[in-house]
Ligand binder design. Structure first.
Ligand code: GLN
Ligand code: ZN
Length: 756
């Protein structure tokens, strides 16, 4: 009998219940007791959703982030919260988000750094280490949740982040080496395992996702040592890896004295055979067979064709599960009442994925006849999706096939274009601009909502938006900015806005996925070949250009960013979907150019986060991603100036690719790093124009003229002044006008000072 289990369930709730409870608690509308009671209900409900499983996960629930939970479980709590008022939950929220509900006035302590969890859009709080770091196990929370689940009649499998991944993902705040903390952290983990044993736990799932990345010898040895030490416990360890292939770490893993291994077969199907060959005949093989990272139904017939022989071979040793924690998918498709019913029939959210898993187990354990109706329905849905005219657009496919290399090339090299553009735009030295959006006031949001709900008609809506654009242009004139923007009032989100206008995209109502803490995103769904039925931004930019003699920058989101922030198709390579997006946005670029928009910015905020986990796979990604951008941007004449914008910090890994994009101007986020991020542009001799951000838009602070001049002087030490632009770090949509106006006023003054 194959054992059914799950690596983790989304904790935010089908209707984001946890988000709302947390936010009520943080704003003192409910007590901690209330919050704990609600959380308990949410957990109970989620375990109930998983009751078909042989083992339910416990410890996957979190008030903010599971890595931060691990820090608190291990008693690794930064000194800066020591001695503050309140209890451990208060300190937890202080590290999570700078303050707890009892903190008054301005923020309490600086929050822990947040960074992306592998190649997902989930952010974790980075563990902090110093040479004084000690670990003091505090397992009360985990143990009480184990009791909770047991009391509800579930068989439990606690889930914890492994010690090696925990150390690896953290940061040292002094000269200490993370690896030197291994012995101490292992003492805490050993203690934890013995407490779990005392509490009747049979199996524990320990996650070591770093095993799918390239590890140095030192870290590989840390894995070997760790599991030698932890295998002394009487609790059986299921070591879980996910998101990728094990490759050179596979032999290492097979030598560990552990009771079982979980492998993500969505990404590492071809490693299953080798894994089985190298494990001993007592060890459990857990196969992650349902994709935990997307929202598509599994082709159960194809899966069973592959899995049945494996099951015959492994017998009792086979466990089946989703590929990774279901944290990365929404909770329940049944919540969706507005989705097109055909498209909906192709989808599975977390709850439906567990139903699929249950079917797989029935088919394996009792034969396919035992669930033939459900398998037939599944086969119908898969077939319908494959052949649906909604998915397939032969015209788009032909267009992608017809892409030629010269489509990705500008007419002339940068220096020639720059000379032409200089004459046309006649901009001063240190030209000033902004990144696109201006403050999104309540009124703007309300107007968009009213229009969407049909409470105001198109004319009324246009009037409101045009008034807002006029206001943005007036303010930019007053501020004497050089290259203007229309302010993006019509856009809810830089990806959703385009997705809504492209064919091949669907939008959910409840497709929420946790991004960080209480913040969730609803990635749009690419279900079919993508095309652009008509121009998406031209009328706004055209109107805005009529309001000024200065250049009005057109504003688009690039294909790679649209792709990386969507749920993507699993029936064609990401690169193909990206090229389809590239062609659609290319058409928009050319339409803007035709409409007299001579400067066009194509944002690629998410270009870097798409880099694969293994360096050996970077090149392939870089090739198609950069090609897609170039197809989008480079069809224009020499007279048109292309800008791009990126808003994350590390460019070292990709500088050659960024140069290859050949945008005339790139604006980047740099103010927090004191311009150090420009070093790599300097070393690489990056040839085109750069606008290093001088105004950190993620804080309410207003930078002074001198501060911005000093930053630009630092930039000038690295990049020749004639290629520098002056601009904020990112878009201004989350800020208020009372901050933005004086900040930009200072920015323009700074540029003027630099010119003189
Ligand atoms: N043009 C977008 C804006 O200004 C860019 C946002 C981003 O880079 N995240 O809002
Ligand atoms: Zn940005």
């Amino acid at each position: 009998m194959a054992i059914l289990h799950n690596l983790g369930f989304p904790r935010i709730g089908a209707k984001r219940e946890l988000k709302f409870e947390l936010e009520k608690f943080w704003s003192n509308k409910i007590s901690e007791q209330d919050l704990q009671a609600k959380a308990k209900n949410i957990r109970a409900k989620h375990w109930d959703n998983q009751k078909e499983l042989n083992l339910v996960p416990v410890g996957d629930f979190s008030f903010y982030d599971q890595v931060l939970d691990t820090s608190f479980l291990l008693g690794n709590i930064p000194d800066r919260v020591a001695g503050l008022e309140g209890n451990s939950l208060d300190n937890y929220f202080r590290i999570a988000r700078g303050r707890s509900a009892i903190d008054k006035g301005c923020s309490c302590v600086h929050a822990g750094e947040m960074t992306k969890w592998f190649d997902t859009n989930y952010h974790y709080i980075v563990p902090e280490f110093t040479k004084h770091t000690e670990f003091n196990l505090d397992s009360a929370r985990l143990l009480s949740q184990i009791d909770e689940a047991k009391a509800l009649g579930h068989d439990v499998k606690p889930v914890i982040l492994g010690p090696v991944s925990y150390l690896y993902l953290g940061k040292t705040k002094d000269e200490c080496q993370k690896i030197d903390l291994l012995d101490n952290v292992l003492t805490a983990y050993s203690k934890l395992l013995s407490e779990l044993a005392q509490n009747g736990v049979n199996w524990v799932q320990i996650d070591e996702p770093i095993l799918v990345t390239e590890l140095s010898n030192q870290w590989q040895q840390a894995i070997s040592k760790t599991y030698k030490v932890l295998s002394n416990s009487s609790v059986k360890i299921l070591l879980a890896t996910y998101f990728g292939q094990l490759k050179e770490n596979l032999p290492l893993l097979c030598e560990l004295p552990i009771a079982g291994v979980h492998l993500d077969t969505i990404n590492a199907k071809d490693e299953v055979k080798k894994l089985i060959e190298n494990l001993n005949d007592q060890q459990v093989v857990s196969l992650g067979v349902i994709n935990g990272r997307n929202i598509w139904k599994t082709d159960l017939t194809a899966l069973l064709d592959w899995l049945e022989p494996v099951s015959n071979q492994l017998g009792e040793r086979l466990w089946v599960a989703p590929s990774c924690s279901l944290l990365h998918v929404p909770v329940d498709l049944n919540s969706e009442v507005k989705l097109d019913s055909e498209i909906k029939s192709w989808l599975a959210y977390a709850t439906q994925k567990l139903e699929e898993l249950s079917l797989v187990a029935t088919a394996l354990n009792e034969g396919r006849e035992a669930c033939s109706q459900a398998l037939n329905d599944n086969a119908d849905a898969i077939k319908n999706r494959r052949n649906s005219p909604l998915v397939n657009n032969p015209k788009v496919k032909k267009r992608v096939e017809a892409i030629t290399d010269d489509m990705a090339l500008r007419q002339s090299p940068f220096t020639q274009r720059a000379a032409i553009q200089k004459k046309i735009f006649n901009l001063p030295a240190y030209p000033t601009t902004t990144i696109g959006s201006f403050p999104q006031t309540m009124e703007i949001r309300q107007a968009r909502r009213q229009y969407k709900n049909g409470d105001i008609n198109e004319n009324e809506y246009l009037k409101l938006m045009k008034a807002e654009i006029q206001l943005c242009v007036d303010i930019q004139h007053e501020l004497e900015l050089d290259v203007l923007v229309h302010g993006e009032p019509e856009r809810n989100d830089m990806v959703e806005y385009f997705g809504e206008q492209l064919d091949g995209y669907a939008f959910s109502q409840f497709g929420w996925v946790q991004s960080y803490g209480s913040r969730c995103v609803k990635p749009p769904i690419i279900f079919g070949d993508i095309s652009r039925p008509s121009a998406m931004t031209v009328k706004w930019s055209e109107f805005a250009q009529t309001l000024t003699d200065k250049p009005m920058k057109g504003m688009l989101t690039g294909p790679v960013t649209i792709l990386n922030w969507s749920f993507v198709r699993d029936d064609q390579p990401r690169s193909t979907s990206c090229l389809q997006l590239a062609l659609a946005i290319r058409d928009e670029v050319l339409d803007l150019e035709k409409a007299g928009i001579n400067i066009i910015q194509i944002d690629e905020a998410a270009l870097r986060e798409g880099l694969p986990l293994r360096q050996s796979q970077w090149q392939e990604y870089i090739e198609w991603a950069i090609k897609s951008f170039k197809i989008t941007s480079n069809g224009v004449s020499d007279k048109t100036q292309i800008h791009t914008h990126m808003c994350y910090s590390e460019f070292n890994d990709m500088i050659a690719a960024i140069a290859d994009m050949d945008a005339d101007v790139i604006t980047i986020e740099t103010s927090r790093s004191d311009m150090e991020l420009l070093d790599v542009f300097d070393e690489f001799n990056y040839p085109n124009d750069i606008g290093p951000g001088v105004y950190d838009i993620h804080t309410p602070n207003i930078p002074t003229v001198d501060y911005m001049v000093a930053l630009m002087e630092k930039a000038g030490e690295r990049i020749p002044a004639e290629r520098l632009w002056v601009n904020p770090d990112c878009g201004l949509k989350t800020r208020g006008w009372t901050e933005v106006k004086p900040a930009l006023e200072n920015m323009v003054k700074a540029a003027k000072k630099l010119r003189s």
